[in-house]
Design a protein around this ligand. Structure first.
Ligand SMILES: [Zn+2]
Length: 58
């Protein structure tokens, strides 16, 4: 049984919405549903959150 409890470091260095590489000085993190997501800007965080909410619609 394989459980990946650690997030791959490379995933942390990319905007989860647009895939743009992130630098430690230029990273925008937002907690959603108890999990921290990383983005290049608040705009991507907003868009990602909107997409997540839409995909969970019944
Ligand atoms: Zn982005």
């Amino acid at each position: 049984m394989k459980l990946n409890l650690r997030i791959e470091k490379e995933d942390e260095n990319k905007c989860e919405y647009c895939g743009k590489p992130l630098t430690p000085e230029n990273v925008y993190s937002r907690e959603m549903k108890g999990k921290v997501h990383y983005f290049c800007c608040s705009h991507c965080a907003d868009a990602f959150e909107k997409k997540e909410n839409e995909s969970h619609c019944c």
